[in-house]
Design a binder for this molecule. Structure first.
Ligand code: F6P
Length: 341
């Protein structure tokens, strides 16, 4: 078999572990040929690829980022490829294509599969918001980074009797904020799924100060928004993908708390620190299992599918299900901690 692999969308710790696993299973065990497309779908459309052998993937298991490079896709160019799918597949002599990516990439993968390209998707995102899989690799690493940040912020907050507002990633879903907030014992957690109440948060902080705990750490997801009328809020700029971006909710909330409480508050934006660097052991194992199962699915001819974690098993799920809706934090998970405002 000749298998193409690519990484698209935002990077994520564990991408290299998938690439390595695909090569190990395909080239070493099954005597397949693997080629890696550079810079995501761009490399596929432009025919930019390199053969991947065991040496190429040696030493990359623990490395963050992606050795293949990544880019956001251009839908119009992808449609062009879909229109010429068969011709395109023959030109590249591809028996299978394994795109590794988030929601946008899996949607593109589905378009290619519908156009006849033999695709097996592998989901990734630090946000953990893909509904067809219990977990995505990268999430555990991001939660670890954000938890460490909360631990560290607590000691400096306490020394200076300040409120620290740490903004974590999560545009549409608050999984990182919720789990890092719980793991780090943040006093307040704000997620996109529930508009937060600033009055209630101020009361919680005042109560803490009154009983002698003169500091607080609030963990806010970048996509969290205040409840209507709870604080002044203007919508941020809409990016080319239709997302409201860079609203700086952490900075705005810190300013609001400082003004209302008359106590020093500081924002900390973790940003891409959560996405860079070495993956945790959990993420390396999940990524490795996804890579192995993607190759096996290709050999069984199970195309138009993606690898998913169900409980402790890896199963194949239709790409259509993967992109149907985002996995958001449900009410019962928010109810498990009093810290969600
Ligand atoms: O989708 C993953 C994600 O990390 C989001 O949480 C975040 O909003 C976005 O990527 C940032 O992407 P970019 O690298 O384009 O700034």
């Amino acid at each position: 078999m000749r298998i193409g692999v690519l990484t698209a969308g935002g990077d994520c710790p564990g991408l290299n572990a998938v690439i390595r696993s695909v090569v190990h299973r395909a080239v070493v065990d099954r005597r397949d040929q693997v080629i890696g497309f550079e810079d995501g779908f761009k490399g596929l459309l432009e025919g930019r690829y390199r053969p991947l052998d065991i040496n190429e993937v040696s030493g990359i298991l623990a490395r963050g980022g992606t050795i293949l490079g990544s880019s956001r896709l251009e839908r119009s160019r992808l449609r062009e490829a879909c229109d010429n799918a068969e011709q395109f597949r023959r030109k590249l002599s591809l028996d299978a294509l394994i795109p590794i990516g988030g929601e946008g990439t899996l949607t593109a993968a589905r378009m290619l599969a519908d156009a006849g390209i033999p695709v097996v998707g592998v989901p990734k995102t630090i946000d953990n918001d893909i509904s067809a899989t219990d977990r995505t690799f990268g999430f555990d690493t991001a939660v670890g980074v954000a938890t460490e940040a909360i631990d560290r912020l607590k000691t400096t907050a306490e020394s200076h009797q300040r409120v620290m507002v740490v903004e974590v990633m999560g545009r549409h879903a608050g999984w990182i904020a919720l789990e890092a907030g719980m793991a780090g014992g943040a006093h307040g957690i704000c997620v996109p799924e529930r508009p937060f109440e600033v009055d209630a948060m101020c009361k919680m902080i005042e109560d803490r100060f009154e009983r002698g705990k003169k500091f607080a750490v609030i963990c806010v997801a970048e996509g969290a928004r205040p409840a209507e009328g709870s604080m002044p809020y203007e919508r941020g700029e809409i990016d080319p993908y239709g997302h409201e971006r860079f609203t700086g909710i952490g900075t705005r909330l810190a300013a609001e708390l400082e003004q209302r409480l008359g106590k020093e508050a500081r924002p900390v934006i973790l940003g891409h620190i959560q996405r860079g660097g070495t993956p945790t052991a959990y993420d390396r194992v999940l990524a490795t299992r996804f890579g192995w199962h993607a190759v096996e699915a290709a050999h069984r001819g199970e195309f138009g599918m993606m690898t998913s974690l169900r409980g402790t098993d890896i199963v194949m799920t239709p790409l259509a299900d993967a992109t149907a809706e985002l996995k958001r934090v449900p009410q019962n998970r928010m109810d498990e901690t009093e810290a969600v405002f």
